[in-house]
Design a protein around this ligand. Structure first.
Ligand code: NAP
Ligand code: MG
Length: 496
C-alpha cells in the first residue's frame, strides 16, 4: 500500500492514452494488377484502350489499374443491360428477383471482412467504420429491397407498377459500396437492369462486387459496372438509358439536370449538404458532444449529411466548447486499417486541397481555429480534426460544403433564431436537434428545411427510412418504400 502511494506521488497522471497499434491484416484482399469493365457478366478490356491507376490515399501506393471507359464502352454496357432487361429480367417472376437480392445480401455478409478491408484500403476510411457501418448497411439494403421485390403491388396499390428499363447510376467516393447498394438494390427489386459508374478514386469494391454477382449467379447483363472519371459519367448521362440516378456534388447534379431536360429520361439527384446540428441548453451535454463528434468527424467529414454547422445555444456555449475541445484531443488520426483509428485518410489530394482552401478562407475571414495536437503520417493525405469558433453566417466556412473534418460553430438565443440560422443555406439535406423536450423536437422538425432530421442522435441510417434532400441538396428519395418509386412507372387504374 505504502509502495503504491509512493509511486502515485512520483508518477505524473497520464495526459494521453497511448494505444498499441492493432492493424487489420490486408492478406484477405487479393488484388488484380489490372481490371476490366464488367459488362454482360464478363470482365472485358475497354474499347477505349485507356487505363488509370487507383491508389491507397493513406500511403499513395498504387493498388491497381482500371479501365477509363469511353462513350463506346458505355454504349456497349447499356446495350448489355437492355438485352438483359428485354430477355428475361423484366419478365422474371418477382420472387425470382428477390431470390438473387437475398443471395447478394448473404454473400456480402459472408465476405464482409474482405470488403471492409478493401474499402478502407482504397478509400482511406477507418476499418472500424467500414466494418461496422458500411458493410452491415450495404447488406441490409439488399435484404430490405429483396423483401419488396414481390410486393410492389402492395407497395403501390391500384397503380400497376412497371420497371423503367435501364438505369444509369453514378456514385461518389465517400461510401463506395454503400452507395452502390443504395442504387442497385431498389433498381433490381423494381425489375430494372443497371449500368453503374463508381467514383474514379474508389472503384475497387464495386469490382469485387461483380464477383459477388457471379457467385449469386445473377443473369449476365443485369448489373454492369463501367469505371472511369467524370467523362465516363457524362457519357452515361448521354447514353440510351431510361433513368439517371446520381449522387455527388450539386455542381455536377445541375449539369446533369440541364443535359436531361426535355429528354423524357427520369432523374433523381442526391447532392451536397451543410447541415445544422442544433444544441439546446437542456440537452444531455456529454451525449451531445459525442453526437457532434460523430456528426462531423465520421468518415473524415466526407459525408453529405455531416453536421458541419454547429448551432449552440448561447447559455451553454462555453462549457460545450470546452468539452468538445477536450474530446478532440482523444481522437486518433492515422492508419485506416488500425482498429483504434477514429479518423483515416482524406480520400484524395484534390479533396485535401479543397479542405485546405476553405480552412484558409475561414482564418482569413476572421474565424478562430482550434486543432488538437496531432502527429500525422508522412505519406498520404491527412487533415487534423478542426473546429472554427467565432463564425459569422456569411463566412464561406458557414455557407459552403467543406466535405472534410472541419466544424463551424455559431450560436443562437431562441428556437426561432436557431431555425432561421439552420435554414439559411442553399442546401436542405439533414439536421440534428439536441434537447430533452419532445415537444421542442417536433416544433423544430416542422420548421427545419431538411430531408432527414435526427433527434438526440446523428448519422443514423436504416434501409427502411427514406433519405434525400430539399433545395440544392437534390430531389428523389433513396431507402424505404419511397426509394422504389423512382425506379417505377405507373399505369394508374381509375375507379380501383
Ligand atoms: P462529383 O464530382 O459530383 O462526383 C460524383 C460522381 O459523378 C463521380 O462518380 C464522378 O466521377 C461523377 N462525375 C463527375 N463529373 C461528371 C459529369 N460531368 N457527368 C456525370 N458524372 C460526373 O462529386 P465528388 O466530388 O466525387 O463527391 C463529393 C460531393 O458529393 C459532395 O458535394 C457531397 O455532398 C456529394 N455527396 C452527396 C451524397 C448524397 O447522398 N446526397 C452522398 C455522397 C456525396 P469522378 O469520380 O471521376 O469525379
Ligand atoms: Mg469529382
Amino acid at each position: 500500500m505504502a509502495e503504491l502511494e509512493q509511486r502515485g506521488e512520483r508518477t505524473p497522471a497520464p495526459t494521453a492514452w497511448e494505444y498499441a497499434s492493432a492493424p487489420e491484416s490486408r492478406e484477405i484482399v487479393k488484388l488484380e494488377e489490372r481490371y476490366g469493365l464488367f459488362v454482360g457478366g464478363e470482365f472485358i478490356a475497354p474499347r477505349s484502350d485507356e487505363y488509370y491507376t487507383t491508389i491507397n490515399p493513406a500511403t499513395e501506393e498504387p493498388l491497381a489499374e482500371l479501365p477509363q471507359a469511353g462513350p463506346e464502352d458505355v454504349a456497349f454496357a447499356v446495350e448489355a443491360a437492355r438485352d438483359a432487361f428485354a430477355n428475361g429480367w423484366s419478365a422474371a417472376a418477382p420472387a425470382e428477383r428477390a431470390k438473387y437480392l437475398y443471395r447478394i445480401a448473404r454473400i456480402l455478409q459472408e465476405r464482409s471482412r474482405e470488403f471492409a478491408v478493401l474499402e478502407s484500403l482504397n478509400g482511406g476510411k477507418p476499418i472500424r467504420e467500414s466494418r461496422d457501418v458500411d458493410l452491415p448497411l450495404a447488406a441490409a439494403h439488399f435484404f430490405y429491397y429483396a423483401g419488396w421485390a414481390d410486393k410492389l403491388e402492395y407497395a403501390f396499390p391500384h397503380r400497376r407498377p412497371q420497371p423503367l428499363g435501364v438505369a444509369g447510376q453514378i456514385i461518389p467516393w465517400n461510401f463506395p459500396l454503400l452507395m452502390l447498394a443504395w442504387k442497385i438494390a431498389p433498381a433490381l427489386a423494381a425489375g430494372n437492369t443497371v449500368v453503374l459508374k463508381p467514383a474514379e478514386t474508389t472503384p475497387l469494391t464495386a469490382l469485387l462486387f461483380c464477383d459477388v454477382l457471379r457467385q449469386a449467379e445473377l443473369p449476365p447483363g443485369v448489373v454492369n459496372i463501367v469505371t472511369g472519371d467524370g467523362a465516363t459519367g457524362a457519357a452515361l448521362v448521354k447514353s440510351d438509358v431510361d433513368k439517371i440516378a446520381f449522387t455527388g456534388s450539386t455542381e455536377v447534379g445541375k449539369a446533369i439536370q440541364r443535359e436531361l431536360a426535355g429528354t423524357g429520361k427520369k432523374l433523381t439527384l442526391e447532392l451536397g449538404g451543410k447541415a445544422a446540428n442544433i444544441i439546446f441548453d437542456d440537452c444531455a451535454l456529454d451525449q451531445a458532444v459525442e453526437g457532434i463528434v460523430n456528426g462531423i468527424y465520421f468518415n473524415q467529414g466526407h459525408v453529405c449529411c455531416a453536421g458541419s454547422r454547429l448551432l449552440v445555444q448561447e447559455s451553454i456555449y462555453e462549457p460545450l466548447i470546452e468539452k468538445l475541445k477536450r474530446r478532440l484531443k482523444t481522437l486518433r488520426v492515422g492508419d485506416p486499417l488500425d482498429k483504434n483509428t477514429d479518423l483515416g485518410a482524406i480520400n484524395s489530394r484534390q479533396q485535401l486541397e479543397k479542405i485546405e482552401e476553405l480552412v484558409a478562407a475561414g482564418k482569413e475571414e476572421g474565424a478562430e481555429i482550434y486543432q488538437p495536437p496531432c502527429r500525422l503520417p508522412e505519406k498520404g493525405y491527412w487533415f487534423v480534426p478542426t473546429v472554427f469558433t467565432n463564425v459569422a453566417q456569411s463566412y464561406r466556412i458557414a455557407q459552403e460544403e467543406i466535405f472534410g473534418p472541419v466544424l463551424s460553430v455559431l450560436t443562437f438565443r431562441t428556437p426561432d433564431e436557431a431555425v432561421e440560422k439552420a435554414n439559411n443555406t442553399p442546401y436542405g439535406l439533414s439536421a440534428g436537434v439536441w434537447t430533452e423536450k419532445g415537444s421542442r423536437i417536433l416544433w423544430m422538425a416542422q420548421r427545419l428545411e431538411a430531408g432527414v432530421i435526427w433527434a438526440n442522435t446523428y448519422n443514423r441510417f436504416d434501409p427502411a427510412s427514406p433519405f434525400g434532400g430539399y433545395k440544392e441538396s437534390g430531389f428523389g428519395r433513396e431507402g424505404g418504400r419511397h426509394g422504389l418509386e423512382p425506379y417505377l412507372e405507373f399505369a394508374e387504374v381509375s375507379g380501383g
